[in-house]
Design a protein around this ligand. Structure first.
Ligand code: NAD
Ligand code: G3P
Length: 346
């Protein structure tokens, strides 16, 4: 299979590695927008900035430049977009001239478009795609997955999400092997909402742990976070069952508790009193929850969905509230019933 992965950050590179190591012997190309970085990857045989110490197999081709991109897109049997959500709108436009209508197109990003000044602010990846490439066969590869672990070949389960069977099958053929296990799901909305909202909730859990509120508080936050993620997803047309799966609960647990998470790290450092711009500078990687928290809350408000944890994260990120006050405001809310038990009035 001929596979093109666009974006040489941590996750794009890890996914390219997984495809290149597949026993079927796929022909894999990793395309980077930065020609100097591409040359460095070729020269050093690893992606020293994003995945230091992990060797790239010689068979993995590294490409750069607009002409090479258009040629690779036209020849690919699967195109994978590994860039952050903020780059998706532009990337979809770049793909348009060469993408064949029967070539499956899949994105790896997790978030809502964080572009307040644009009309598409707060849209999910598939909503952007529907505006720009409405005919394309699309989907997402999501689920609990730290790039470093996938790159090292450690066991990981992912979700191949698409309404199109051809896309789910292409993903299985490309990646399912050895330590990487893929599960299919046709609820793309649910998978995208889970991937986006878990980042915001991981910031909240990082704050909770950074303030040393305890393991009980962490479990409460994750569980109630899952409830608010599910409420938003269902209001947007997703199936509730998706949120109990890998791209919902699975990714929420990983990102909220795993110290490899950039979003969790943002929360831990905010709890120490560090300033958000300083945190983002030292992080050196994208933390999607920071960029899309406001969009999550705005989208929820439009739909009349209550998301108290995400709302508290937005107040903190915008500097409108201190962490300790956000905790107080969450604890002081009125008693409520658990989801599915609304008749059991408090
Ligand atoms: N790192 C992980 O463990 C992981 C796992 C699953 C999903 N994701 C998701 O994958 C997406 C990418 O994350 P990452 O970890 O690779 O980020 P990263 O910060 O490691 O790298 C981002 C990469 O995207 C590139 N980029 C940015 N704008 C671009 C553009 N317009 N065109 C081409 N390239 C562009 C940057 O140069 C950089 O190489 C995010 O949405 C993230 O939530 C990450
Ligand atoms: O490091 P994070 O917080 O961006 O999370 C990475 C992945 O999305 C975990 O599945």
């Amino acid at each position: 299979m001929r596979i093109l992965i666009i974006g040489g950050g941590a996750w794009g590179t890890a996914v390219a590695l997984a495809a290149a190591r597949h026993p079927a012997g796929h022909a894999v190309c990793l395309w980077l927008r930065d020609a100097a970085q591409a040359a460095q990857l070729r020269a050093q045989g690893c992606n020293a900035r994003y995945l230091p110490g992990i060797a790239l197999p010689p068979a993995l081709r590294i490409a750069s430049g607009e002409q090479a991109l258009q040629t690779e897109i036209a020849q690919a049997q699967l195109v994978v977009l590994g860039t952050p959500v903020a780059a998706l709108q532009a990337m979809l436009g770049q793909l348009a001239p060469a993408l064949r209508p029967d070539t499956p197109l899949v994105w790896l990003c997790k978030g809502f478009a964080p572009t307040p000044q644009q009309a598409w602010h707060g849209q999910l990846p598939h909503e952007l795609q529907q505006r720009i490439l409405p005919q394309a066969l699309c989907g997402a590869l999501s689920g609990p997955s730290f790039a470093q672990e996938v790159a090292r070949g450690q066991p990981t389960a992912l979700v191949a999400a698409s309404a199109h069977q051809a896309v789910r099958q292409a993903l299985m053929q490309a990646f399912h092997a050895h330590a990487l296990r893929l599960y299919s799901n046709d609820d793309l909305v649910g998978v995208e909402v889970g991937g986006a909202v878990k980042n915001v909730l991981a910031i909240a859990t990082g704050i909770c742990d950074g303030l040393e509120l305890g393991l009980n508080a962490r479990a409460a936050l994750i569980t109630r976070g899952l409830a608010e993620m599910t409420r938003l997803g269902v209001a947007m047309g997703a199936r509730a069952a998706t949120f109990t799966g890998l791209s919902g609960m699975g990714d929420l647990v990983l990102t909220a508790t795993g110290n490899l998470s950039r979003n969790r790290k943002v929360g831990l450092l905010l709890a120490q009193g560090q300033r958000l711009p300083d945190i983002l500078t030292t992080l050196g990687h994208v933390a999607e929850g920071v960029h899309c928290a406001q969009a999550v809350v705005a989208r929820a408000a439009q739909l009349g969905v209550h998301m108290p944890i995400s709302e508290a994260v937005v107040r903190l990120l915008e500097g409108r509230q201190q962490a300790a006050h956000a905790v107080q405001s969450l604890l002081q809310r009125d008693p409520a019933a658990e989801a599915g038990h609304e008749d059991a009035a408090p």
